[in-house]
Design a protein around this ligand. Structure first.
Ligand SMILES: *Cc1c(COP(=O)(O)O)cnc(C)c1O
Length: 383
């Protein structure tokens, strides 16, 4: 089956929902048992079995099964946000004295947990240039437990060589953990590229409608027991309404992404021709330094891209951004609508020129000509 078919069917085959296409929203904490004997034998977490609300419900099982199948892992744990998924995935593996390798363009909340919380458990982090490739081997120390990748990374969109990094990590006995949110489970298959643990901020494309928070951690055979156990110990679970919204959003992921990709490429190519713009950061552009890696490893590009402006006064950038009619100013992305987000990126292993402002755009599913007209008026204000 092609993945456009799988995304429609995944996770739906096990339920008996009296004929309804979507699973019911199960609001449940306590589950009642017929006898003491049944309670004592059934009362421990088991995949796909309704025993206690925190250990999964028929609504969340559909979503977890679907994401595991689409990403290609053996199991999937669900979290109330992408940030919670990253935190649990890291905590599943680290011990005092351990070392982490984290890309310099990692999502901001991942950086924050590595800087502000893990040091309390004597876990040290080294940030690396995301374009390091096989050179990561030089940074791997005897206590390196996790090598993290994000492809492309947040805001500056550098594309790592995921298989090369995963190969070096695995040779050194480290876990390769990936934030796969940009490509979604459809456009990059982490486990066939050497990744052990794949994280999705499901808040973005999986929910897809900017109305619920979700995180997921999918793992291969080697990493799944640790992820499963950490999820249980940390008491993580998701609300049934959010599970419902996410599995509902998932069914249209393939058509939404196709439209995001088509429009984003048109917008990126147009932006690249505008004199006020120094660079467009989008690996699907043939001029992007990460394009060859993207072509080799990915089957598509999503709707998130950034631009670097030539040096310009802040008031002009504000005039451009504040006057946009179709691009809302806001965090997050992956919904149906277009967004613009001014960058507050922090870098410690690579350089960022503060004189050249970065703006991140999410290209929504509106008519692309309307988006281009809005951006053109914005660049006129900037000039
Ligand atoms: C948004 C985002 C997250 C965090 O997800 P939340 O659901 O907002 O907690 C993690 N990684 C990436 C790449 C993101 O864009």
């Amino acid at each position: 089956m092609k993945q456009e078919t799988r995304v429609v069917r995944a996770g739906r085959d096990k339920g008996h929902y009296r004929g309804s296409v979507n699973p019911p929203v199960y609001h449940v904490s306590t589950v009642l048992f017929d006898s003491m004997a049944e309670f004592l034998t059934a009362g421990k977490p088991m995949p796909g079995k309704l025993i206690y609300g925190r250990w999964g419900t028929p609504t969340s099982f559909v979503l977890a099964d679907a994401l595991a199948e689409l990403e290609g892992g053996v199991g999937c744990a669900l979290f109330p946000s992408g940030a919670a998924a990253v935190a649990a995935a890291l905590l599943a593996f680290v011990e005092p004295g351990d070392h982490l390798l984290i890309p310099d363009n990692v999502y901001s909340s991942t950086r924050r947990i590595c800087n502000d919380m893990l040091p309390r458990f004597q876990v040290k982090t080294t940030y690396y240039d995301p374009t390091i490739g096989a050179g990561i081997a030089r940074l791997i120390a005897p206590k390196t437990r996790v090598v993290f990748v994000e492809a492309p990374g947040s805001l500056t969109m550098e594309m790592p060589d995921v298989p090369a990094i995963a190969k070096a990590a695995s040779a050194a006995g480290a876990i390769t953990m990936m934030d796969n949110t940009w490509a979604s489970p459809l456009y990059f298959k982490p486990f066939t590229h050497g990744v052990d643990v794949s994280i999705q901020a499901g808040t973005k494309y999986i929910v897809g409608h900017s109305d619920a928070m979700l995180g997921s951690v999918t793992a291969n055979q080697k990493a799944w027991p640790a992820i499963d156990r950490a999820t249980y110990l940390l008491g993580q679970c998701i609300a049934p309404d959010d599970a419902y919204l996410a599995q509902r959003g998932l069914r249209t992921l393939a058509v939404r992404l196709a439209r995001h990709q088509e429009s984003a490429l048109k917008v990126a190519e147009w932006l690249e021709r505008q004199p006020a713009i120094e660079r467009v950061l989008y690996p699907a552009l043939s001029s992007d330094p990460g394009h060859a890696l993207w072509r080799r490893d990915f089957t598509g590009a999503s709707g998130l891209l950034s631009i670097v402006l030539k040096p310009v006064a802040r008031e002009k950038v504000e005039a451009m951004v504040d006057g946009l009619k179709l691009f809302g100013i806001g965090a997050s992305w992956g919904g149906f609508e277009s967004l613009v987000c001014p960058s507050r990126a922090v870098r410690t292993a690579t350089a960022l020129d503060p004189a050249r402002p970065i703006l991140r755009f999410h290209i929504g599913i509106e008519a692309v000509d309307d988006l281009l007209a809005d951006l053109k008026a914005g660049l006129d204000r900037l000039a």
